[in-house]
Design a protein around this ligand. Structure first.
Ligand code: ADP
Ligand code: MG
Length: 335
């Protein structure tokens, strides 16, 4: 039934063709032209909800770049995983091959920056995925100042990304049209799933009707769609069947959502996790004041209210938190 598990790894698998994203792919490739041709980098922004294919688009583009412009250096950094400045700088230095002798716990920021700055004989394309998670946005200014570096910033919301930057940085990084991805339509998800099934499942494992059903349940989120297909294939296999049926999908969908939830939970930073736990312990919907108090009971050096609000927005984008109401009347609920 399942021929290749790797095809269903939502974080790392890069499909051999990107469907329904020709416009965004053209826009991204065009924005890289100057850096590929002349070695002069700027930046590109990609925004969109979870499961809209942002990571996939960026990784696909890097793969193309490797084939079409092998002299250009490339690095992909997930800033949710590497959120501290040192960690990001270390990944940046690794991307230009100058990190081998470095001990990440003792090296200075200046030293790491110097290594990236000095490696300017070739252009360098850097993807900062989940960039709204970085600890110190000032780092982006350092990157901006390196002429040979082109940065592709990926975040869920344009507004949430820019509000953290000061005016000077905002005006510099705002240049150029952002690439905005919307949720997929049901039919678009069906064609993504068709290709995924071809690549990872035995022939005849699915039908168009089954994939349409999965796409319907995924409500525009490709991450949910791909994971549900995988879980449905596992359910069918457990029944000893070579074909996925309606009942497999019904069983698979909650499992898929819970798997994705676990994945998100496992990537939360310590303070995000403590905040989430505080919210889980609250009885029902909670306002910011109460939640903050609960959170503060758990930590020694609490983050500011503003930072906590930002965390809650992020948790909401990944379906861990529901937010209701506006401004000061906002209420939060763990999902
Ligand atoms: N246009 C596409 N073609 C093929 N697969 C896609 C496409 N868009 C998304 N996917 C797949 O859907 C899943 C979620 O996409 P991802 O890029 O992780 O979304 P995001 O980063 O916006 O949350 C991944 O498995 C990805 O490979
Ligand atoms: Mg992503």
């Amino acid at each position: 039934m399942i021929l290749d598990r790797g095809v269903f790894d939502v974080e790392t698998f890069v499909p051999s063709d990107l469907v329904h994203r020709d416009g965004p792919l053209d826009a991204l490739s065009a924005s890289l032209e100057p850096v590929v041709r002349h070695g002069t980098g700027r930046q590109t922004h990609i925004f969109g909800p979870s499961g809209a294919g942002k990571t996939c688009l960026a990784r696909y583009c890097l793969k193309q770049l490797r084939e079409e412009a092998p002299h250009v250096r490339r690095q992909y950094i997930n800033c949710w995983e590497h959120f501290a400045t040192t960690a990001i700088l270390y990944q940046l230095a690794a991307g230009v091959g100058t990190a081998a002798d470095i001990r990440p716990d003792t090296v200075s920021h200046d030293e790491l920056l110097r290594r990236v700055r000095d490696a300017d004989e070739y252009a360098y394309v850097v993807v900062l995925d989940e960039v709204d998670q970085i600890e110190e946005p000032q780092l982006l200014y350092q990157l901006y100042r390196m002429a040979h570096v082109h940065t592709i910033y990926i975040a869920n919301e344009e507004h949430a990304f820019f509000t953290r930057l000061d005016e000077r940085l905002t005006s510099r990084l705002r240049s150029g049209e952002p690439i905005t991805l919307d949720r997929y339509s049901r039919d678009e998800l069906v064609s993504i799933l068709e290709r995924r099934a071809e690549a990872g499942l035995e022939t005849g494992a699915t039908t168009e009707a089954i994939l349409t059903e999965i796409a319907q349940l995924a409500t525009g989120d490709a991450r949910v769609a791909v994971e549900t297909l995988f879980q449905a294939a596992r359910k069918a296999r457990a029944r000893g069947s070579g074909t996925i049926e309606q009942r497999d999908i019904e069983d698979a969908e909650p499992v898929a959502r819970s798997e994705l939830r676990q994945k998100t939970l496992s990537q939360l930073t310590r303070h995000q996790r403590l905040l989430y736990e505080a919210l889980c312990d609250a009885p029902g919907e909670t306002g910011m004041g109460d939640l903050e108090q609960r959170y503060r009971e758990r930590v020694e050096q609490p983050k500011s209210t503003k930072t906590l609000r930002r965390y809650l927005q992020k948790l909401a984008q990944y379906n861990l938190v529901a937010i209701e109401g506006e401004k000061s009347g906002r209420r939060y609920l763990a999902r």
